[in-house]
Write a protein that binds this ligand. Sequence first.
Ligand SMILES: NC(=O)C1=CN([C@@H]2O[C@H](COP(=O)(O)OP(=O)(O)OC[C@H]3O[C@@H](n4cnc5c(N)ncnc54)[C@H](O)[C@@H]3O)[C@@H](O)[C@H]2O)C=CC1
Ligand SMILES: O=C(O)CCC(=O)C(=O)O
Length: 429
Amino acid sequence: MVGINPFENAQQEIKRAVGHLGLHPAVYEILKQPMKVLTVIIPVEMDDGTIRVFTGYRAQHNGALGPAKGGVRFHPGVTMDEVKALAMWMTFKCAVVGLPYGGGKGGVVCNPRELSPGELERLSRGYVRAIAEIAGPEKDIPAPDVYTNPQIMAWMMDEFSRYRGHNEFGFITGKPLAVGGSAGRNEATARGCAIAIREAAKLQGVSLANAAVAVQGFGNAGGIVARLLHEMGCRIVAVVDSSGGAYNPAGMDPVKLREHKTRTGSVKGYPGSKPVSSAELLTMECDILVPAALENQITASVAGQVKAKIIAEAANGPTTPEGDRVLEQKGVFVIPDILASAGGVTVSYFEWVQNNMGYYWTEQEVNRRLEEIMVRGFHEVAAMRKRGRDVDMRQAAYMVAVQKVAEAMAVRGWLGKAGRAPQVKARPA
Ligand SMILES: NC(=O)C1=CN([C@@H]2O[C@H](COP(=O)(O)OP(=O)(O)OC[C@H]3O[C@@H](n4cnc5c(N)ncnc54)[C@H](O)[C@@H]3O)[C@@H](O)[C@H]2O)C=CC1
Ligand SMILES: O=C(O)CCC(=O)C(=O)O
């Protein structure tokens, strides 16, 4: 959305968390920007023989807890500030659920729908060649995000393996199973979100049986979360994608919605449904709202009209800080993006671990470990919310995450003398 800078939004959240935790101001000074940002140009030979030059970015926000980790977005609206915000959010997403990573994110300004498969492959490989010097399993590990998928991950892994001269399956996650992908990764973002919704519903006394759910975005995150919530007994009353929406208060079957989208290119026109816009969906009567598309969807004016009891942010940054304050005043229970969407990177972590070991787990094993991490993360944040005064779930999540990153920076000596107290107590002799 024009005029709202996601990077400035992300900075505000960190500033508040550092203040609430009473940490040294140096913590904010370090965390308020990415440690490294690379801008690249990618010349690609198009099918008609012309050369088109694309712009791409890779941002690494903070490496105190481990190598940078985060997806690559292919979208016409990608900007450097968006990539910087997304990298920043990744640092705290990884920290809140206890993964040994820092935050990273990449993006290429392009419309993949206008590219042929060959052009898309050459662009994906070109992007990897351009960022190769700052990436790798020990430095920065990309993954899928908006409009990138397992096939693109496979091309990228192959290109990086050529660059290094040997197979580097651990360079990137979200790969197809045939080349070191993990069972369960495709569903992981949605599964993690569904687990968080289940825990929130228990906490808030909302029954999932027949609960009305509206989902904005019907891709990897939104489409699968609709299916999983349907399996948990919820009624999927509305879904939208970038081309339109479908509404039916009696509920719709997400498997059939997916088939309809595969056949026609959109969820709109689903048999038995009425059209619905993205704006209408966000403010409609429902119990659970899942924004699973892009940033800055729930502004203050949208938030004022939201009727959902629970919002689970499967997307990164769907709510503006102003929107957030309105939701807080209204008592809407928000599961913030850094927690609600952490399932994907959690299973990406499992994928990287499996690649490093060369030993692969069953889907059951992956899902069991994901469940454990999401439940622990959710309740750690809920406990922080209870302990903190005047903090909502988003602030609580940031407080849990910022505390962990600040502690790592302190013991590494990045905060100098300021870091030695009170975060780090010397071990008794
Ligand atoms: N794929 C992953 O593992 C993760 C994704 N996310 C976040 O989830 C969100 C969605 O990502 P994915 O599902 O992976 O992308 P995707 O490319 O699979 O799907 C995106 C969906 O959003 C829809 N969409 C795009 N613009 C829209 C608009 N203006 N209004 C309504 N719908 C719109 C598209 O039509 C598509 O259905 C993003 O914010 C992403 O950063 C977060 C964590 C992990
Ligand atoms: O799977 C990953 O490594 C990161 C996914 C991602 O980009 C995100 O969580 O926003």
